[in-house]
Design a binder for this molecule. Structure first.
Ligand SMILES: NC(=O)c1ccc[n+]([C@@H]2O[C@H](COP(=O)([O-])OP(=O)(O)OC[C@H]3O[C@@H](n4cnc5c(N)ncnc54)[C@H](OP(=O)(O)O)[C@@H]3O)[C@@H](O)[C@H]2O)c1
Length: 274
């Protein structure tokens, strides 16, 4: 995630130490090492951004994916509890099967039913967090972009190379700027909202096709966009048709959630002027 790079821990606001898990040498699957590290640092907050995120490859390596996405968060939860820290864990829309009618969006109370290895192991991670500590936030997000390889960069690159792109037009969700997710987490901490599970993407819904149209419009390029269906673009892991997450629970807590168009505009303002 863009906001969390190049530091394995840092000071957060009023001097509280924050541990970020996807950087540095800490392997979250090593229960002993995690406990030692956390005991040594005595953080107030731990944010777990570490995960096995190769959704297609995960279909072939269940054990490895589950070790990282399932057991890893459990290790962090146990360690957080041992030092009375709050664990902040990032999860995903893939805990749902994605078959909900697109006129609706998933709320935190909706039944889960992952259909991919990635989704099943991420759900296991959520359960491990809940079962091992009370002081936790789980933020389910989706369609995340920030630093590193991401959909926005890929579309701009492919468009430039080929003058056209093919994009799936029947999968629905909310593109989410990593900086906005980081701000949501920061605000949740500051406001001390009740512990628990929160859906947290940018506001508004679109398709990958609609997202691409907006990317090209804001970047002021007119590459051709060919809409395709999921059936024409088969992948080893089934992609959810409906990734739309309902954010009412977060909004009720007074958390500011920008629209996906606004997030994209701010991202591109930085990205296109590098
Ligand atoms: N990207 C999305 O669209 C999306 C959507 C919904 C939810 N999420 C969730 O958001 C979080 C961040 O996703 P992301 O896209 O930023 O992921 P990412 O770019 O793949 O980053 C994951 C990080 O975890 C590290 N990691 C892997 N195994 C580890 C281990 N055993 N111990 C410590 N670190 C380990 C990886 O390090 P190496 O690179 O060295 O392996 C990498 O730095 C994840 O929980 C993901 O499930 C992402």
């Amino acid at each position: 995630m863009v906001c969390l790079q190049n530091q394995s821990s840092r000071e957060y606001k009023n001097g509280n130490e924050l541990i970020l898990t996807d950087v540095g040498d800490l392997d979250i699957t090593d229960e002993v090492a995690v406990m030692q590290y956390v005991q040594d640092k005595q953080p107030e907050y731990i944010i777990n951004c570490a995960a096995y995120t190769a959704v297609d490859k995960a279909e072939e390596v269940y054990e490895l994916a589950d070790k990282i996405n399932g057991n890893g968060p459990g290790n962090l939860a146990k360690a957080a509890k041992a030092v009375n820290a709050t664990l902040i864990h990032i999860s995903t829309d893939y805990v749902f099967n994605g078959d909900l009618d697109i006129s609706e969006s998933y709320s935190e109370e909706d039944a889960v039913g992952p259909v991919t290895v990635y989704g099943k192991t991420k759900l296991h991670g959520e359960e491990q967090v809940k079962n091992n500590t009370d002081k936790y936030y789980i933020f389910r997000t989706a369609w995340l972009y920030g630093d590193g390889n991401n959909f926005v960069r890929t579309m701009l690159k492919l468009g430039k190379e080929n003058g056209k792109v093919s994009v799936v037009a029947d999968q629905h969700g909310s593109p989410t700027y990593a900086e906005d997710l980081a701000n949501i987490i920061g605000e949740a901490i500051e406001k001390q909202i009740p512990y628990g599970l929160y859906h947290s993407t940018n506001q508004g819904f679109t398709t990958w096709y609609g997202f691409t149209q907006k990317i090209f419009q804001l970047a002021n390029v007119d590459y051709e966009i060919q809409p395709v269906t999921s059936k024409e673009f088969v992948r080893p892991a089934k992609r959810p048709k409906n990734s739309q997450l309902n954010k009412n629970k977060l909004l009720t807590q007074g958390i500011n959630i920008p629209t996906w168009e606004d997030g994209l505009k701010r991202y591109l303002e930085v990205e296109l002027h590098k």
